[in-house]
Structure formats: C-alpha cells, structure tokens
Design a protein around this ligand. Structure first.
Ligand SMILES: Nc1ncnc2c1ncn2[C@@H]1O[C@H](COP(=O)(O)OP(=O)(O)O)[C@@H](O)[C@H]1O
Ligand SMILES: [Mg+2]
Length: 381
C-alpha cells in the first residue's frame, strides 16, 4: 500500500455561461486550449454542469430567467456541483456586486471588459488551487481508509493474543485432571480374564501421554519469550518444530523434506528461532494449499555464514507484493486467516540475531525464504 500519487496532465474543462453569444465567443477565443462547454441561460447551465462536471464555471450575472447569483446558489446547493469553483465575469463592477457574488459562493470576480491574459492567469491560479484541494481530499480519504484498516488489523491481532492467553489457561486447567486420570489408569491391574483388553488399555495410556505433550506445547507457545541469547543448535530446533507440523502436513498432502548439514551453533534465543521457523512453515503450508505439494527445509554453511532455507512449491508471491511481505499487517489472506504479522516478526527476530531474511519467488511456482546467520568464532565474547 504505497502512496504513489500520479499527477496526470489532463486537459481542464471550463463551462462558460453568458446570454450574449458574442461574450461567449470572446472568452472562448482566450481559452482555446481548454475543453469548453457553453450555456446561454441558467437552466441549461445547471444541466451541463451536472452532466459534464467542468473544472471551473465562468458565470455572467445579468441573464434572463435565473440570474448569475441564483444560478451560483443552486450550483452550491447541489452535491454534484458544489465543489466546482465559480468565477463571476460581469460588467457589474460595483463593490456590492462583487460582495454578493462572493457571498453566494463564487471564488472570484472578473470585470468586463475582459483582459485575456488576466482571465487566463486567474483561471490557472484557481485550477491549481482546485487540484491541490482535490489531491488533499483524496489523500485524506486514503489515510482514513488506511487508519481504519490498521485499526481492524490491530483488533484482530489483539483477538489472537487473547485466544493465545485463553489457550494457555485452558491447557493449565486440563493438565492436572489429565495427569490424575493417567495415574488412575496406570494403577489398574487387569485380571487374567481381561488380558485381551491390554492393547486398548495401552492405547488409553499413550493417548493420555500424547495429550500431555500437546498441553505442554500449548503452554510453551503461550509463554513470553525469554530473550536470553545462548548457543543454539539450529538443526535441533528444526527437528523439534517439524515434529509438530508433520501431522498437519501429511493431512494436507504436503511432503516435508528435511536436509540438514553439519553446522556450527548460532548465538540465538531458542523459542524465537522456533517462532521464525513455525511462521515460515505455516506460510509455506498456506501457500501450498490443500491440493498438496512440497516444503523443503535445509541447512548448510556457505563461506562465513550459516544458511537455513525454507522452500515451498506453493502459489508464489506476485511481483507487486514482494517488497511488502515483510511489512507489518501486509497480508493477502483476508481477515479470517492472516494477521500480516508473521513475516514482520521473523524480520525483527532475524535483525536481533544479526542475521538476514530474504525471499525469492515465482508466481505459481513457489517461494524460497533464505535465512543467514553469522558464524560465531568465540561464544565467550
Ligand atoms: N511461502 C509463501 N508463499 C506465498 N506467499 C507468501 C509466503 N509467505 C508469505 N507470503 C505472503 O506474505 C504475506 C505476509 O505473510 P505474513 O507476514 O506471515 O502474514 P499472514 O500469513 O498473516 O498473511 C502473506 O499474506 C502472503 O501474501
Ligand atoms: Mg503468516
């Protein structure tokens, strides 16, 4: 969402309203490089103004039927035409006439006989002012829209964080009764005649253990990050995180390919590294979708850096979006699925780790996220 304001040089249009055709012709001669509309009476002028929406209206005062003042009043009352600047061009040059003209909403008053250069100069000034005002209005509208969408995204992020807290407290509530049930189960001794139920019994105990692991993970996820840097084995982090994604990936027909080379330890915060990887894998899975595909994770050492690559065969990123994906709140997933915070968090974490995160993508082919970490020679330093 960049504000690229393109100033187009379009031909400006002027509506000339005068009951005397000779006056109209004279003004038209001075303004031959403008797009011109004409009206010889007030009612026609109202219709032309509504239909053509000229950039400015030059208005005679004395006309049969509705006069210039009344016409100006009506133009200013009409929501379609009330922003079009009106300039009176009149032989009435008394101060009171000018004052009345300005009172009914005109922005300027030019006296007849008309001087071509003055008419042109005043018109150009008013058109420039109108451009500024229109641009400002557009800009304000744009900013207003941006603000309300940022507010909605913040609300959504806040809701997610509330869900996170709720999950942690539910996990806490479940943990003790589950442990109790598991212990009761384990304390049962099967009678000789019930030996055929032994397998079922084993399934119950192992499901309890699985639930306990899940609860521990939920509690870990909800805990605030430690922010303590320590020597971290990236390969071990990958193994840990992918353990929890494997099931989801299999369900969605996504093949998870892991290729880990021997790499030195990095200096990092383990749960922040898990968060980066988790975000990248979630995005990769979203990009691949339910029709299946491939996500590969690999590590290697390249010159003085440790490289971690997460590559997917998903939908890819459109060229016009690639510069925005790390910006906070940028998301193409709609409010239900995306907060647009994942990659900006990854970017922040990587900067704190003195590393880099980059993306390359081909629309329809997939995306590759490359993470680079410096190799630390001496952890004591
Ligand atoms: N692996 C990917 N493949 C395609 N697009 C991606 C991928 N990762 C990120 N994106 C794009 O970047 C946007 C921002 O990602 P992210 O910050 O994680 O927010 P979210 O996932 O909530 O939309 C996504 O909405 C998507 O358009
Ligand atoms: Mg994401």
């Amino acid at each position: 969402m960049k504000n690229k304001r393109i100033q187009e040089k379009v031909q400006k249009s002027v509506l000339i309203v005068d009951d005397l055709i000779s006056n109209v012709k004279l003004i038209a001669k001075y303004l031959s490089d403008y797009k011109l509309y004409f009206a010889l009476d007030g009612l026609t002028a109202l219709t032309v103004a509504e239909e053509r929406l000229p950039d400015v209206i030059l208005l005679d005062i004395m006309m049969p039927g509705i006069d210039g003042y009344e016409l100006c009043r009506r133009l200013k009352l009409n929501p379609l035409t009330n922003t079009i600047p009106v300039i009176f061009v009149s032989a009435k040059s008394h101060e009171d006439d000018e004052e009345l003209g300005l009172q009914v909403g005109a922005i300027d008053f030019i006296s007849k006989p008309i001087s071509g250069p003055i008419l042109r100069a005043r018109l150009a000034n008013h058109l420039e002012l109108k451009d500024y005002r229109d641009n400002l209005e557009d800009l304000l509208k744009e900013k207003d829209n941006e603000l309300s969408s940022t507010y909605e995204q913040l609300l959504h992020a806040e809701k997610l964080s509330a869900v996170g807290k709720l999950t942690a407290s539910i996990a806490h509530e479940f943990a003790s009764p589950l442990l109790g049930m598991e212990q009761i189960l384990k304390s049962f001794r099967l009678e000789e005649q019930d030996k055929d139920k032994e397998e079922l019994f084993g399934v119950c105990v192992s499901e309890c253990q699985r639930l306990r692991d899940l609860i521990r993970e939920m509690q870990n996820f909800g805990r605030p990050t430690t922010s303590c840097f320590e020597p971290v084995d990236l390969n071990a982090i990958i193994t840990d995180v992918t353990k929890f994604c494997t099931k989801n990936c299999t369900k969605r027909n996504i093949l998870l390919e892991i290729s880990l080379k021997q790499i030195p330890l990095i200096r990092g915060v383990p749960d922040q590294m898990k968060q980066v990887l988790f975000n990248l894998l979630t995005n990769g899975a979203d990009a691949v979708g339910d029709s299946g595909g491939l996500i590969s994770i690999s590590t290697a050492v390249l010159r003085d850096q440790i490289i971690l690559i997460v590559k997917d065969s998903g939908c890819g990123i459109a060229e016009e979006n690639i510069d925005d994906v790390f910006a906070p709140f940028f998301s193409t997933k709609g409010k239900e699925k995306g907060t647009g915070l994942g990659l900006s968090i990854c970017y922040g974490i990587m900067s704190k780790h003195k590393g880099q995160i980059q993306v390359e993508s081909d629309l329809g082919q997939g995306s590759t996220f490359t993470l680079r970490f410096p190799i630390i020679k001496d952890f004591a330093l």
